[in-house]
Design a binder for this molecule. Structure first.
Ligand code: ZN
Length: 83
């Protein structure tokens, strides 16, 4: 009777190993997928302030009509007091 139990256990283990070899499982294949969409977003350009030299992202930079870029509205006013 013990031999029969061991045969059933051996069969179950073998079936489980065979199944796991065929299909690695959704967890292993999906691990790299979340990184893909982020690579489609282009990196934001970093601009240097013409006043103090600070590097700021383009979305936070203050641009003057002359084309100069500043880190803040204050530095733009200091460089172009009249504008
Ligand atoms: Zn600045």
């Amino acid at each position: 009777m013990k031999l029969l139990i061991w045969l059933v256990i051996a069969f179950l283990v073998l079936a489980w190993v065979m199944r796991s070899k065929k299909a690695p499982g959704p967890d292993a294949s999906d691990q790299n997928k979340p990184l893909a969409p982020d690579r489609n977003i282009p990196p934001e350009p970093i601009l240097q302030c013409a006043r103090c030299g600070l590097h700021v992202p383009a979305s936070e930079a203050v641009t003057h009509a002359s084309g100069s870029v500043f880190c803040s509205e204050e530095h733009r006013r200091q460089s172009f007091p009249g504008a």
